[in-house]
Write a protein that binds this ligand. Structure first.
Ligand SMILES: [Zn+2]
Length: 493
């Protein structure tokens, strides 16, 4: 009898929470899944499971906010509308909540902010407010305190599920709404994770007329380049440009956050130091104009290093690799052309999205040479061959992109070097492994390429010869910093 009375008392409470969670899925958490390409029922089912897991953890936090009337009225309402204003842009434009976006929200000039406040946005918020008022009224009618202990216990379990999931696989939930907002804020306010030297040795450069275009690639394994002997001719244009390929470069850092800081500083793979020197600080000290042109959003692991450039130009800074509407790397090309005109002594970096998963978002349709390609983001439902086909199409696009950069370099008046290195490789089904951030050998052998203009070869014979001769040697990514310094003719005074 007692149990029955108890169940009856909390029935209303349960309906309230189910309805509230459904609304939060529709208005907030669902936005993180809306653009995910999925093929067929099984994929949809898996992603619904993912969303269910996410919402279960959110429900844990939400429950605590419903315990007291005024907490619910004020704190819950404020958070709900705050997250709704992000989810609107996640639904409509597939933006990613990154530290860069948080910076824009907190620091952007009011006139730009006003541009974002459109009629549909206000309409979305208006509907959200109406729904909220309905729930505030409903919440008022929930008088019973029965079941509080039990529900609190369950909600703590749900919250624990969040931390357990994140421990098992980082960013499973954190990269999605509403958690990515907290993540972005934390990263925005957080101290730089990488300690940089500010005291630099006195350095000088050999010439006032030299351009280095350094291209930081993404997820390109050396053995899928035709130029390195891959059985598909994925690099026809680069072969024509007589690019030098270093096919035996290795790194133990197989994800961007760890590899990028190592590549563009004097950090080595084997020895840790207190602080490191950014190649850009060194180039600045030697008198170069340094410019970072990036298609990737800045992560806290490397933002402070990027900011040692004199100029930072991010082309699509509100969409990260998680966005399915991310711009293609070619949007950086006109920016490069205009930067090239500004000075005769430059170190310009292009930071690509490259071949980062989801591959189908990384190249133009006219590069879809290898088919069939993947049609779902759910890896178990696509074949290994489809993965390889899509990936190889991204390499064809890379071939095009680098060729365009070289063509721009040819038009440049000063001696010019184009230096490309990928941050790490990628697994494409070897031993059942996919993507990166592991230890498989396909992930540890990134592509590295070099091209010199004729005027560079004439003017810097020694550098050209020394570096070109190392092409068949076994190297590590430690060499990138050294080569950049050598190509830039930077020497201690
Ligand atoms: Zn990467």
């Amino acid at each position: 009898m007692q149990i029955r009375a108890f169940v009856h008392a909390i029935k209303g409470l349960i309906s309230f929470h189910i309805a509230l969670n459904v609304v939060v899925v529709l208005f907030i958490t669902g936005a993180s899944y809306y653009h995910t390409p999925l093929e067929g029922g099984k994929d949809t089912f898996v992603y619904l499971g993912h969303l269910f897991l996410l919402q279960t953890t959110v429900a844990g936090f939400m429950y605590l906010l419903t315990l007291y009337k005024w907490v619910f009225r004020i704190a819950f309402s404020a958070l709900f509308l705050f997250f709704c204003s992000f989810s609107f842009f996640a639904y409509t434009q597939d933006i990613s909540v990154t530290p860069g976006l948080i910076q824009a929200v907190f620091e952007t000039a009011p006139d730009i902010a006003i541009d974002l406040i459109t009629l549909p946005f206000l309409g979305f918020l208006f509907v959200a407010i109406l729904v909220l008022l309905f729930f505030i009224k409903w919440h008022n009618r929930l008088s019973s305190r029965k079941g509080v202990a039990l529900f609190t216990l369950i909600s703590i379990g749900c919250i624990a599920l969040f931390f357990i999931t994140e421990m098992k696989r980082l960013n499973t939930l954190k990269s999605r709404l509403p958690y990515n907002v907290f993540n972005g804020i934390e990263d925005y306010y957080g101290a730089p994770k990488f300690r940089l030297n500010t005291m630099l040795p006195k350095v000088t450069k050999q010439t006032d007329s030299l351009t280095i275009i350094f291209i930081l690639g993404e997820t390109v394994r050396a053995d899928h380049l035709g130029i390195n002997g891959y059985d598909r001719n994925t690099t026809p244009l680069l072969e024509e440009q007589q690019v030098i390929s270093f096919s035996k470069v290795y790194t133990s850092n197989t994800y961007t956050a760890s590899s990028l800081p190592q590549i563009v500083t004097d950090k080595t793979l084997d020895v840790d130091k207190e602080s490191y020197t950014s190649i850009y600080s060194l180039a600045n000290a030697a008198g170069y104009e340094t410019t970072w042109i990036g298609n990737q959003t800045l992560e806290s692991s490397f933002a402070s290093i990027v900011e040692t450039n004199k100029n930072v130009l991010l082309v699509d800074k509100y969409k990260s690799e998680y966005s399915f509407n991310k711009e293609l790397d070619e949007v950086m090309l006109p920016v490069l052309d205009s930067v090239l005109k500004t000075s005769h002594s430059q170190l310009i970096t292009l930071h690509m999205m490259g071949s980062h998963w989801y591959y189908e978002n990384r190249y133009r349709e006219d590069f879809r040479k290898y088919t069939p390609v993947i049609t779902s983001k759910y890896i178990p439902s696509v074949t290994k061959q489809e993965m390889i086909n899509s990936y190889d199409n991204t390499i064809l696009y890379l071939d095009y992109f680098l060729n365009e950069v070289i063509e721009s370099a040819k038009k440049n008046e000063t001696p010019t070097a184009v230096f490309y290195v990928s941050d790490h490789g990628e697994s494409l089904g070897e031993n059942g492994q996919f993507l990166h951030a592991g230890e498989a050998k396909e992930q540890t052998n990134p592509a590295m390429l070099l091209w010199f203009s004729d005027s560079f070869k004439d003017r810097f014979e020694e550098q050209t010869k020394n570096i070109s001769e190392a092409r068949n040697k076994r190297l590590t990514t430690n060499i990138v910093y050294e080569y950049l310094r050598e190509i830039a003719t930077i020497k201690r005074q």
